[in-house]
Ligand binder design. Structure first.
Ligand code: ZN
Length: 371
């Protein structure tokens, strides 16, 4: 068995820095007791949603509350990943903006918690809550929990649920622009910047809502070991990951098919780009695995660390390659697609890449200025 802890996701960038500073986080002056949910709701800043949503073609679920999950300085998984994206995409026509339902509904938070308890060991979820309540700390070399992280992570799950609802109830593709990410979070623990497994929770939520077959496609540069760990017991879920061979966490070999045969791993060599490996794998392996399953819903674990400029990955995608993947999935499954943010650490490239991801559903995309 591979020791998942043997490789640090950010070993060359961040963990070294952290060991140098190594401040005892539990004595942080920010520790004043965890915010209760009441306070959390009162603090909610309602973001502006489009008044006329009739002509909007895709939905983005976003809240500034997602910025409250913070790791110590220089951590690559930082709030700007989504705040910069929000600022960039606000001017793009055809996008409806919505606040996560968990901002205003305690029932929705409870639903998230109930479904998470079927994804993770209940004690682990409690450990995250307790760590946050105590002011925060590290759960592994890479993964930090701050005072607000537990509540923000639950809110993120509701954003992924809302994206599912948008697809199933409104026939509108949707993007959960939320953090923290989740695809490394296993049954037993968070790791690799991930606390709760948003993608599997969303898949379970979709199944509870009547979906018979859900497909999770993970284009993050890292293998989603957490999704694979939980999904391998689920008969109504297939999971496919394209990732960089040898990168964190070291799992995702082609022979890891799961006991039900519902997992497909496609590791690519370093430096692979769209026309040098990625396209071929996508057309010859991913699409047939999807078509064979005929999913009611495609959930994309949308990480952007396969971009050539990403500091943690060594693949060579460009933003427009995400447009190609969405267009190919759209050709097969129409608008039955949602995306949720996983990794991606080049803050200047993520906004453009997400715009490209959505673009096959945006009528006016071609006339948009390039950035
Ligand atoms: Zn990643």
């Amino acid at each position: 068995m591979i020791n998942l802890r043997q490789v640090s996701k950010t070993s060359t960038i961040f963990s070294v820095y952290r060991r140098l500073v190594n401040k005892p986080l539990l004595s942080s002056p920010r520790v004043k007791g965890i915010l209760g949910f009441e306070h959390f709701f009162v603090q909610a800043k309602h973001i502006h949603t489009s008044k006329n949503t009739k002509n909007n073609e895709v939905k983005i679920i976003y809240s500034p509350k997602f910025l409250l999950h913070k790791s110590p300085r220089y951590h690559p998984e930082r709030p700007e990943r989504i705040s910069e994206t929000e600022a960039f995409l606000r001017s793009v026509p055809g996008i409806e903006w919505a606040e996560p339902s968990g901002c205003s509904s305690k029932d929705r938070i409870q639903t998230a918690l109930d479904i998470l308890k079927t994804c993770h060991r209940e004690r682990y979820i409690e450990e995250v809550r307790e760590l946050a309540q105590a002011g925060g700390g590290w759960i592994d070399d890479d993964t930090f929990v701050c005072l607000e992280s537990y509540e923000v992570a639950l809110l993120a799950v509701t954003a992924w649920f809302d994206a599912v609802d948008s697809v199933l109830k409104e026939k509108k593709p949707a993007f959960a622009l939320a953090r923290p990410p989740g695809h490394h979070a296993t049954k037993y623990s968070g790791m690799g910047f991930c606390l709760f497994n948003n993608a599997v929770a969303a898949a379970k939520y979709a199944v509870e809502g009547g979906c018979e077959r859900v497909f999770i496609f993970d284009w993050d540069v890292h293998h989603g070991n957490g999704i694979a760990d939980i999904a391998e017991d689920m008969v109504n879920l297939r999971y496919c990951s394209i990732h960089e061979l040898g990168n964190y966490p070291g799992t995702g070999r082609p022979d890891e098919k799961g006991k039900l045969g519902n997992l497909l791993n496609i590791p690519l060599q370093k430096e692979c780009g769209w026309s040098s490996g990625f396209e071929e794998a996508f057309l010859n392996l991913v699409i047939p695995f999807m078509k064979d399953f005929q999913p009611d819903l495609v959930i994309v674990s949308a990480g952007y660390d396969a971009l050539h400029s990403d500091p943690l990955g060594h693949l060579n995608l460009v933003p427009d390659d995400f447009r190609k993947m969405t267009a190919l999935i759209k050709n097969e499954f129409g608008s039955n697609i949602m995306w949720g943010l996983e990794g991606g650490y080049d803050v200047t490239a993520i906004p453009q890449a997400i715009k490209c991801t959505l673009s096959p559903f945006l009528t006016n995309f071609e006339s948009l200025p390039e950035s």
